[in-house]
Ligand binder design. Structure first.
Ligand SMILES: NC(=O)c1ccc[n+]([C@@H]2O[C@H](COP(=O)([O-])OP(=O)(O)OC[C@H]3O[C@@H](n4cnc5c(N)ncnc54)[C@H](O)[C@@H]3O)[C@@H](O)[C@H]2O)c1
Length: 462
């Protein structure tokens, strides 16, 4: 039997909405139940909402319905998943049309990647938008959690949902709002309960309804934005700020290697000044957010025929060049040990784009590996978060399996498992003692005392 939708929420006052929230009489659909959408759906279910997760990935849907869960690297996730799953409070489906017909609130947590030319790709949101045009009718609220560039909601998505000749009317047949997600992978469950959220909408009234719902579910501060594009601009600004600052320390790191200065000593001391925000160098900036968000802003600039944000362009170039720098450090260290890179065996420790999670999207490790293979090196990889094939390589079962017979080791990701590495044991296992550290976890002196030829990003004082 098809569920009858709750009254158009925009017509209710705060106390009436509160009654719906406390009586658990609203139904929510989360479209896209990946890294962000699934924990979000669980939080709604945990607050008493009838919740349905919608995804095109049939395998993922079957897995969730059978009580198994992805995101095993996300602390605190197992507990909430098992609790919700055992009480059957969340169901998953691939049938978007049937599911959405019954939902009062629809969250979109769809991927917003970029194509090989670094152009933002909003295909998933637009294809779901087309579907929504055929399904929405009764003033349901659609909330975009995905990260998009300013103006995308007001222009492309709104038009797509309304359809040709405005078959549906925003503010009448449906309401469109944004609430960009800002949680950090590896800390998502904690961040959900801690970080303030931004809310913007097409028609003003619905912002306060969305704020009331999110306060009920997450108990965090909701920051009201004048419109959707401003909310999306805030989200992009925070991430692009990081991309630019990491580019700055990456450039400093390369300079300090020449000047004989240690970047970590500089950052630690600079941190003592009240207005310095530390950022750390590394082999590049990856993941589904930072690099994409910089290109989203650059795309916004292109759309107004402007050549704004030159600093963002430069930051991208610098960060994208870091894998080459890592390979140069390796070649330099190998030549000191009279070992050519050609035909040598190189161990890569860490595949993920950031520590303590299983995620290789736009990971700098991929580019490092690609360059090394082009230069005819043999690659062995180890990452405690990866057991199956990644970038065409099968990970070794243990760190020491990966080091056995190796001519050099490159530490790419600062996983907690790589803290306090036993370099003495490394030296007994490897064929040739060359170590390149991109993470700052290895103390240059420790490496030297254990017989290694050492290079580290920004380690100029070796
Ligand atoms: N992962 C993060 O660190 C993070 C943090 C904050 C915000 N975000 C943003 O959140 C959004 C979602 O990111 P994510 O990391 O959860 O992505 P994800 O790839 O982990 O999950 C997206 C899910 O959407 C599904 N999907 C794709 N197309 C679909 C369609 N047409 N219909 C239904 N389902 C579809 C996929 O199968 C997948 O399960 C993105 O805009 C991202 O930028 C991500």
């Amino acid at each position: 039997m098809i569920r009858i939708l709750t009254t158009n929420l925009s017509l209710l006052d705060n106390s009436q909405i509160e009654a719906y929230l406390t009586n658990n009489s609203l139904k929510v659909g989360v479209v896209g139940i990946g890294r962000i959408g699934l924990p979000t759906a669980l939080c709604f279910a945990n607050s008493g909402f009838e919740t349905i997760g919608i995804d095109i990935n049939a395998e993922l849907v079957a897995m969730i319905n059978s009580g198994d869960y992805p995101l095993k690297d996300e602390p605190g996730f197992d507990e909430i998943f098992e609790n919700i799953s055992s009480q059957k409070k969340l169901v998953a489906t691939t049938d978007i049309s049937k599911a959405i017909q019954e939902c009062d609130i629809v969250l979109l947590s769809l991927p917003t990647p970029m194509n090989e030319k670094n152009i933002p790709d909003y295909t998933a949101l637009l294809s779901v938008g087309k579907n929504l045009n055929k399904i929405l009718s009764n003033g349901q609220i659609v909330i975009v959690e995905s990260t998009v560039e300013p103006g995308f909601i007001e222009n492309e998505l709104l038009q797509t949902i309304e359809g040709p000749n405005h078959i549906l009317k925003s503010g009448v047949d449906f309401h469109l709002a944004v609430c960009p997600e800002t949680a950090n992978p590896g800390e998502i469950m904690k961040d959900f309960k801690k970080l303030p959220r931004l809310v913007g909408s097409i028609d003003e009234k619905i912002s306060s309804v969305v704020s009331q719902i999110y306060t009920h579910v997450f108990g965090v501060e909701l920051i009201s934005m004048p419109n959707c594009k401003t909310a999306n601009a805030v989200k992009l600004t925070t991430n692009v700020f990081r991309d630019i600052n990491i580019a700055f320390v990456n450039e400093l790191a390369i300079l300090f290697e020449k000047l004989g200065i240690d970047i970590y000593t500089v950052i630690e001391a600079a941190k003592r000044k009240y207005n310095f925000q530390p950022h750390f160098p590394g082999p590049g900036v990856g993941g589904p957010c930072l690099p994409v968000n910089s290109y989203q802003y650059l795309n916004s600039s292109k759309k107004v025929n402007g050549d704004f944000l030159k600093i963002v362009k430069d930051a991208r170039k610098i960060n994208e060049n870091m894998p080459k720098h890592v390979v140069n450090l390796l070649i330099d260290a190998l030549s000191e040990s009279n070992t050519p890179l050609n035909n040598s065996t190189i161990t890569i420790l860490g595949i993920s784009y950031k520590p303590n999670i299983h995620d290789a999207q736009i990971a700098p490790s991929e580019e490092v590996i690609k360059i090394l293979i082009e230069k005819n090196a043999k690659i062995k990889i180890f990452d405690p978060y990866f057991t199956s094939q990644v970038f065409g390589l099968v990970p070794e079962k243990s760190i020491f399996d990966s080091l056995s017979g190796s001519d050099a080791v490159v530490i790419i990701t600062g996983h907690k498992e790589f803290q306090n590495l036993d370099l003495k044991k490394f030296s007994r296992t490897m064929k040739n003692l060359v170590l390149v550290d991109c993470t700052g976890l290895v103390k240059p002196l420790d490496a030297k005392e254990n017989g290694f030829i050492f290079r580290g990003i920004g380690r100029g004082d070796i």
